[in-house]
Design a protein around this ligand. Structure first.
Ligand SMILES: *Cc1c(COP(=O)(O)O)cnc(C)c1O
Length: 392
């Protein structure tokens, strides 16, 4: 048994949930922290229902189950399921929700691997996708077919930090009884609780903010019990289960999620304002800036504007390369959401397989630099970025 901590209105707040939800009962002599249960299998198989059999590929090892329960409480969803990566969470959710020959309508603003999954991989399995610009209800409706079973959206978008309103596709999904899945990685459950906005499947790359220390790869999906059972069914067959130690590390990360994200929000907001109008900086993309195209929506649905920010340098690719080379504190690496500030150029990382024309069309011209603002003292980051800008 575990301590139930619900994220429902009037219940405990996200900091409390992050620390306590799913933790073991406080029985005298029991450990305060659930140890890593490094066991593939568990005693059983003596006539109990199949759903009660524990096996680590089924995602019900105690460490995996604890994280699932904590995530469900953080999201305000019925159930959560931990998988081995963000990509496996996305892939298993889409496969679980679609019939043979199913169709997806997705925002075209996607993480590179998600786009490749939808455009290149799933069509080989008979699943097709129509990519849209998700500005209005008409944009979504115009792409629906009788076989559409999933609407897919990423908020905020990587790396352009657009904030599209999930309530628009949520209404369509509800009316048609299909699934709206949202990749909520950039927001984290601290900044947006998507289930409250009508989203059926809330997906995270737990590799990022949830883990928070750039030391694990995992993914999570939260939603109704029915959906999670179907995704678990896919996980049992395809096998992307996380190992117990990863689940344990992730739980440790979740205990400080609220505090970390609050500080990421603050550091990024200060840095975004600092970059505005600096010499050599053509654009600053941050949803907390009043000049951002989605500032109004972001202000409405986000508790904080997040730790991700992007800039465009006037000198294009060469300026961005020089800027990156001039950094001493901020580190050059893909990925995001860790305690250390990470800088990357999408044209060298997530969008490396896109042509320059496609990148420009997506709002990622050469000279575009993505910054995952970490938890260092923000003055130190400003000094580092100031030096790098001066040399770019
Ligand atoms: C990193 C990321 C993913 C993929 O997650 P992995 O854990 O690396 O599989 C998916 N979506 C977004 C927005 C990401 O940032």
């Amino acid at each position: 048994m575990s301590r139930k901590t619900s994220g429902k209105r009037g219940g405990p707040g996200p900091a409390t949930i992050g620390i306590h939800a799913g933790s073991p009962e406080p029985v005298s002599g029991a450990p305060v922290v659930l140890p890593v249960v490094q066991s593939a299998t568990f005693f059983g198989g003596t006539g109990e229902p199949a759903s009660q059999l524990l096996y680590s590929r089924h995602g019900n090892n105690p460490n995996q189950a604890l994280v699932g329960e904590k995530m469900a409480a953080l999201e305000g969803a019925e159930e959560g399921l931990l998988l081995s990566s963000g990509m496996s969470a996305i892939a298993m959710t889409i496969l679980a929700a679609l019939p043979e020959g199913g169709h997806v309508v997705s925002s075209r603003h996607l993480y590179g691997a998600t786009r490749a999954l939808l455009e290149d991989e799933l069509p080989k399995r008979g699943i097709t996708t129509t990519l849209i610009e998700p500005e209005s209800k008409a944009d979504w409706e115009g792409a629906l077919t009788p076989r559409t079973g999933v609407l897919f959206l990423e908020v905020p978008t990587n790396p352009t930090l657009r904030v599209f309103d999930p309530r628009v596709p949520a209404e369509i999904a509800r009316d048609r009884e299909i699934l709206l899945a949202v990749d909520a990685t950039f927001a984290s459950p601290v900044n947006i609780r998507f289930a409250d906005l009508g989203v059926g499947a809330v997906i995270h790359s737990a590799t990022k903010y949830l883990g928070g220390h750039s030391d694990l790869v995992a993914g999570v999906v939260s939603g109704s019990s029915g959906l999670i059972e179907r995704v678990r069914g896919m996980m049992k067959l395809y096998g992307p289960a996380p190992d117990p130690h990863t689940a344990w590390l992730l739980d440790r990360g979740l205990k400080t999620l609220q505090m970390r994200v609050a500080q990421h929000n603050q550091n990024a907001m200060e840095l975004a304002n600092w970059f505005l109008g600096r010499q050599g900086v053509a654009e600053v993309h941050y949803p907390g800036l009043p000049g951002h195209p989605d500032y109004d929506i972001a202000s409405e649905i986000m508790a904080g504007f997040g730790g991700m920010l992007s800039i465009e340098l006037e000198g294009g690719g060469p300026a961005a390369d020089a800027f990156a080379a001039g950094l001493e504190l901020a580190l050059l690496a893909p990925s995001l959401g860790g305690v250390e500030t990470l800088v990357s150029q999408p044209r060298h990382t997530s969008h490396i397989h896109f042509s320059e024309t496609m990148r420009v069309d997506l709002g990622i011209p050469d000279g575009f630099v993505r910054i995952s603002v970490g938890l260092e003292d923000v003055e130190d980051l400003m000094a580092d970025f100031g030096r790098a800008l001066a040399g770019s």
